[in-house]
Design a protein around this ligand. Structure first.
Ligand code: FES
Ligand code: FE2
Length: 423
């Protein structure tokens, strides 16, 4: 659409939606429809900052006047929307301090309202796009630093536009900043990333929660960034064959301890489970645990979409439970968030020494891998060691297909499977 030259130059966007100043036939048609016209907050127009604003306006107004969601025309980045993702640690938000994060290439501003409720808004003012995180937050509303529009943090609803006079008819409460469901769990701010341009469904599930098996336990959190697409991070996480090469150490395993393994897997909703089994006999910590309790050690490992690997180790009354998620930040960056809880006599600091080393080994390997992936090589997935990676891609594709067609999702596994590999 062409904006009146004076208007464009002065940066004024006071366009009367009803006066036919839209060139795009689609938009013009839309505006001729009186129902749509009624829905437009008077004197307000939405435009897309991706396009040249002096020449084109794409009206993306939704029925309740909500600000447009991400409308990047860029290629599909292979993200799974409509899932919860951990955005940041709870400890990063104190008092009325605002924190920022990025999930699935969406910039977010997060905080905690004075009643303790966590919130996540798109870090972009719906007026002119300045990050809202530069504004002020009083425990209830977030005030934009540019023109002082105020938004209720938990709903994104605009509550004040200071420049309006009694002459203005603009319905302030029909303007929304982008906002996402947000919950605090297990020491994280979780954000439900509903897909761009869609309205949030009624049935948002609860955010994931780490399983614990007693009232008292120790817990710790670790994180590391990987310079790769989330898919590479996830298949790296479930890959059994790299252990003896990447995670060599005297206390864990060496490349000489490699031996043939047989593991049973079964399908679970949106994922697969390595059926409860006695863990690898070449891992010293498991041997020690069995010696200590005198009871068998069993491990259950689940992977579920979009990105969650959980592991539960039980031996008598003792247990260890962990969750690793690989979260897409951008298409070329993901982050592993690892949380573990246990009631073993294992001090947190000792666990962290080993876990940090373990994660660093993965991270260093993926930094090297990213060097090779820059050249877009052809890659391979082999049986059986890469079968879990194939299931992951199958689950992802089938979920997207089911969402597209509305037909129930087909699981890529038809039933329990036994896999064999050496590691
Ligand atoms: S840009 Fe936020 S109020 Fe104007
Ligand atoms: Fe690893």
């Amino acid at each position: 659409m062409l904006i009146d030259k004076n208007t464009a130059e002065s940066g004024i966007t006071q366009l009367d939606a009803g006066k036919g100043c839209f060139d795009s036939p689609r938009v013009a048609l839309l505006l001729r429809c009186s129902r749509v016209r009624r829905l437009l907050p008077r004197n307000a127009v939405y435009y897309d900052a991706f396009t040249n604003m002096s020449e084109t306006v794409r009206t993306l107004l939704t029925a309740n006047g909500e600000a447009p969601r991400e409308t990047s025309g860029e290629s599909d980045a292979g993200f799974l929307w409509d899932f919860w993702y951990p955005a940041l640690r709870s400890t990063e938000v104190t008092g009325n301090k605002l924190a920022t994060a990025m999930l699935l290439e969406v910039p977010l501003v997060l905080g905690r309202a004075s009643d303790g409720k966590a919130f996540a808004m798109r870090d972009s003012c719906p007026h002119r796009g300045i990050p809202l995180s530069y504004g002020r937050f009083d425990g209830k509303a977030l005030e934009c630093s540019y023109h002082g529009w105020r938004f209720e943090a938990c709903s994104g609803r605009c509550v004040e536009i200071p420049s309006l006079t009694s002459q203005d008819k603009l319905k302030v409460e029909r303007i929304f900043a982008g906002h996402y469901p947000c919950e605090e769990r297990d020491g994280y701010f979780w954000v439900y990333m509903n897909s761009p341009g869609t309205r949030l469904g009624e049935d948002v599930p609860a955010a994931p929660k780490l399983a614990v098996f007693s009232g008292k336990y120790r817990a710790t959190h670790l994180a590391c960034e990987l310079p790769s697409h989330v898919d590479q991070g996830i298949i790296g996480l479930m890959d059994p064959a790299h252990g003896p090469f990447v995670h060599q150490s005297w206390y864990w395993r060496s490349r000489h301890s490699i031996h043939e393994k047989e593991k049973k897997f079964e399908p679970i909703p949106n994922g697969f489970r390595m059926s409860p089994h006695t863990p690898s006999s070449n891992s010293a910590p498991y041997r020690m645990l069995q010696k200590y309790t005198g009871e068998p050690v069993t491990t259950t490992i689940d992977f579920v979409l979009p990105n969650i690997r959980t592991e539960e180790i039980r031996s008598g009354k003792l247990w260890f439970s962990s969750r690793a998620t690989v979260t897409p930040v951008r298409r070329d960056l993901c982050r592993i968030d690892f949380v573990a809880a246990w009631n073993l006599l294992l001090p947190v600091w000792i666990f962290r020494i080993f876990a940090e080393k373990f994660l660093r080994q993965d991270q260093e390997t993926m930094i090297l891998q990213a060097e090779g992936l820059k050249h877009n090589p052809r890659l391979m997935l082999i049986d059986d060691a890469d079968r879990p990676a194939k299931w992951y891609f199958g689950l992802k594709a089938n979920l997207l297909e089911s969402r597209r067609t509305g037909v129930a999702m087909v699981h890529p596994m038809s039933g329990p499977v036994t896999l064999h590999w050496r590691s």
